[in-house]
Design a protein around this ligand. Sequence first.
Ligand code: NAP
Length: 471
Amino acid sequence: MTSIFGSQAFIGFVYLVASALFILALKWMNAPPTARRGILAGEIGMVLAIGGTILQLGVEGKLEHIAISYTWIFIALGIGTAIGIPLGMVQMTAVPQRTALSHAFGAFCVTLVGTAEFYLGQRTGIPAFKMSVLCCEVILGGLTVTGSLMAAGKLQEVLPQRPITFKGQNVFNLGMLAVAIGIAVYLVYNPGATHLYPVMVGIALIFGVMLVIPIGGADMPTVISLLNSYAGLSAAAMGFVLNNKLLIIAGALDGSSGFILSVIMSKAMNRSFTNVLFGAFGQVAPAAAGGQEARPVKSASPEEAAGILAAANRVVVVPGYGMAVAQAQHKVRELYDALTKRGIDVEFAIHPVAGRMPGHMNVLLAEADVPYDHLKEMDDINGDFPQVDVSLIIGANDVTNPAAKTDKSSPIYGMPVLDVERSHTVMVIKRSMNPGFAGIDNPLYYMDQTLMLFGDAKVFVSNIVKELGGH
Ligand code: NAP
């Protein structure tokens, strides 16, 4: 290890490049045209970070000190890779729960490292600053492990999606957190109190469960990005404990970007953070679900829909979760081609929380090579709907629900929605009259200008394309 590759200066340089790549990755991932480059930059940054850390262990002689060889490290890397590759191959609609699982893994690792540092430190004593960041690390890490597992379970529907609440829940939860923080303060002054450490970690683990059970399935993606933020902060704290600058930088980036994303998502749903965390959203939804009294709707066939589209000058496509489920994006691209070939102006209205994760629709449409400049954000297109001949809604529901603007008793009241009902004709592709994620009826379907196109999104769009003479 005497070569330049084993020197501290070289490792410092590798860490610097990795940090720069992480920052660039976040910047590039912000816009569809550069998103792939952003992901590649993040991946290279992570490879450099892992490589630098492995070299550093050798340089610092830590390997001999704690009697661990490179063999064990490479075995662990092999196991991690073997788990990571299939995890990366899940369906796009399962990405939120997959992300929650990786937060749980990351936070578990942080908690284990903190615990190892605590017990190793018993021999030499742990200074107050190190002990305080170590406590932050394991409390945040511990609650993120169980909180993320709960969130993943709710999204995968292996756990009930409905909020579970009881009287005095918030006081109970905050009380638990206060006890954990109290123990942490005691440990800072008495780091030798090893019997209290597992109690603190145990409370953090239980707190994670208690934090997530009162939150409904619909709010899980917001909760996941908040847990992402906690995982980042705990990793930054671990950076202080291990004196690793790269971890501090990466953890801080993760912590702040997760927080910003949660704020953006809450805004898009017109919910405050306190409302997401303590509001038990979704509780009222099942009662209002369904629209049981069968009100009449008008429906149309693919031929009729194709005729209406062909006669239009301006069409706005509103994609939603159903397009993702049906994997209809490539057929939607064919429809776009068939209509533009006829000189019809086609745009896509993108609601910030359409689908099940931020940017869900952008990713799917980019995959099908729909030109980015035809994707319009909600705020940019909402004023144009009165001039739109046909709004074609493909598997979207909640994001078009006018009750969000008019019905104060609706659980989504206040959420900004696409003003599709102001266009001349509205056509809605979905399989049934079943509600969407919020579990509520959509008055749009009963309006005069609305035609329901019942069927699977991919099949229906494909049939329209055939009628228009495309393939
Ligand atoms: P949605 O309200 O969940 O509605 C999706 C619709 O797609 C359903 O009504 C369903 O009706 C239809 N559908 C399902 N499979 C289909 C298929 N194979 N073919 C055709 N239609 C199909 O979806 P959305 O309008 O995109 O709204 C997203 C919801 O998720 C919002 O409530 C939002 O707040 C919530 N959410 C999103 C995020 C995010 O980051 N994107 C985060 C948190 C919460 P049928 O069963 O009748 O077919």
